[in-house]
Ligand binder design. Structure first.
Ligand SMILES: Nc1ncnc2c1ncn2[C@@H]1O[C@H](COP(=O)(O)OP(=O)(O)OP(=O)(O)O)[C@@H](O)[C@H]1O
Ligand SMILES: [Mg+2]
Length: 464
């Protein structure tokens, strides 16, 4: 054993490692080496005994041989054991001990991750590195699985009490916003929903409406951005015949939504005149149809959405301050998809439906892409791939995503779960997780440090 391996002598403390090998000498060698590092080592001389140990004691790592009888050399027993362990303990990392002659089948087995192989005779230094990496990976995987389970449980608990309108998410960031939407739903105050294009603002508005006391009342949606100013006013407040050339008498959305809810999308485009009228109806419930002096009343709850930075518009004098403060009594901020990567695959699977599935290369491509168009862009990409694919397994090529640019430091922070899941997928290899997240290695290390996330891999000291 080299000096470097002696460093922290108890670095494997708290870990149980099961060794399955028919050779007494090999078992003893592992028992001595791993116990020296503080691990609890349990050994078995064949598959049945090994599976028994796992069932009885559990373990953080398995080291297994490929052949368990002197006359056997095919490796078939080892492959069968590997598959059996995988089936019974899907998260458990496995190291295969293999002769050079069987490297190919070992490589094939470990391709899907959470496993590695060591050629016999092995080098202790390399073995210890592999052991540490796989233990770290197992820990990260178990934690990510627990987090996902937590997120699902939290979402499920919310879904039993509220109508979540089929919204899909697994990220903590989204859970916070959705939980808040259900909490503010019962109040009669206006809600302002902000967030970038296609992030799900309308879905959130639907959740607020569906869980409010007005759930059974009228619910209308007006896209202010799609209307020229003259039509906008008549759409919102109605018109009296003769108000302008060709005008017919009609009621507006404020009348139609009386005792209900009005969703005003793209609020940032509202004209100055309409802003004044909107402020008045919010303050007093009063308004007039275009071309009429008759004051009408409406008790509408307004939910407004915008992807424009209203504060800036306000400072520039393009948006009324008094209206802004009346509307944003409660503000729900929908994070961009790039800041909640834990939602990407669940959303993609949701849009794929039951007839299609994602190949691993497609999953990696989806996770790597920065999604400037957010959920809507993801939805379009997935639907297009389904239409064009002749195969039920969608690959990266079928998604045809534009070449991704790296996410710059100024962009929204990925949350803790996102980092942990990326690390788990990258088997604890920070460089790989960083690539997937579109961060530099140093940038990822800084975030891991801040969040207290660990990686056993040695920290890079010099250049990237
Ligand atoms: N979390 C989600 N779960 C399921 N579907 C979602 C989710 N978020 C968004 N979608 C879907 O993605 C599309 C875009 O969402 P939505 O229209 O709510 O975004 P938006 O923020 O209002 O976008 P825009 O700014 O362009 O108006 C819709 O088809 C919506 O159903
Ligand atoms: Mg919208």
């Amino acid at each position: 054993m080299s000096r470097a391996d002696l460093s922290p002598p108890s670095d494997l403390r708290g870990n149980t490692i099961v060794v399955i090998d028919d050779s007494h000498a090999v078992r003893t060698a592992f028992e001595v080496l791993l116990a020296l590092h503080g691990a609890r080592v349990l050994s078995a001389d064949g598959p049945a005994a090994g599976l028994g140990l796992l069932a009885e004691h559990g373990a953080q790592l398995v080291i297994q041989d490929m052949n368990f009888r002197r006359e056997a050399t095919s490796g078939a027993e080892g492959i069968a054991l590997f598959r059996e362990i995988r089936a019974r303990h899907p998260q458990l990392p496995i190291i295969l001990l293999t002769a050079w002659t069987h490297l190919e089948s070992a490589v094939e087995l470990v391709r899907d991750g959470a496993a590695d192989y060591i050629a016999k005779p092995w080098d202790d230094t390399r073995l210890m590195t592999t052991v540490r990496n796989l233990l770290e990976l197992g820990r990260a995987r178990a934690e990510a699985a627990a987090l996902r389970a937590d997120a699902r449980a939290a979402r499920a608990a919310l879904a039993t009490r509220f109508d979540l309108r089929g919204i899909v998410y697994e990220s903590e960031a989204m859970h916070t916003v959705v939980a808040m939407a259900t909490q503010v739903a019962h109040a009669e105050v206006p809600v302002l929903i902000t967030g970038p294009n296609g992030a799900g603002k309308e879905v959130l508005a639907d959740i607020v409406q569906a869980n409010s006391p007005r759930a059974d009342g009228p619910y209308f949606k007006v896209n202010l951005g799609a209307l020229p100013p003259e039509l906008m006013e008549s759409e919102l407040f109605g018109t009296e015949a003769g108000a302008f050339t060709g005008a017919r008498t009609r009621s507006g959305r404020f009348e139609a939504a009386d005792r209900g809810t009005l969703f005003l999308d793209e609020l940032g485009t509202l004209s100055a005149a309409s802003q004044a009228k909107l402020l008045r109806v919010l303050q007093t419930g009063e308004f007039e149809r275009l071309g009429s002096n008759e004051t009408r009343r409406s008790r509408v709850r307004v939910i407004a959405a915008t992807n424009a930075p209203l504060r800036e518009a306000m400072r520039a004098g393009a948006f009324r301050e008094d209206l802004y403060y009346r509307l944003n009594v409660i503000e729900l901020e929908v994070p961009p998809l790039s800041a909640r990567r834990a939602d990407i695959l669940p959303l993609a699977r949701h849009f794929l439906g039951a007839d299609f599935e994602l190949r691993p290369d497609a999953e990696a491509a989806l996770l790597r892409y920065p999604w400037p168009g957010n959920v809507r862009e993801l939805q379009n990409a997935v639907r297009r791939a389904c239409l064009l694919s002749s195969d039920r397994a969608i690959g990266a090529a079928a998604l045809a995503l534009p070449a991704s640019r790296p996410v710059s430091e100024g962009e929204p922070e990925p949350d803790r779960a996102t980092l942990e899941q990326a690390l788990a997928r990258a088997h604890g290899v920070v460089a790989q997780a960083a690539r997937e997240l579109g961060l530099s290695r140093q940038a990822l290390y800084r975030r891991m440090e801040r969040l207290g996330l660990k990686s056993e891999a040695p920290r890079p000291s010099g250049s990237e």
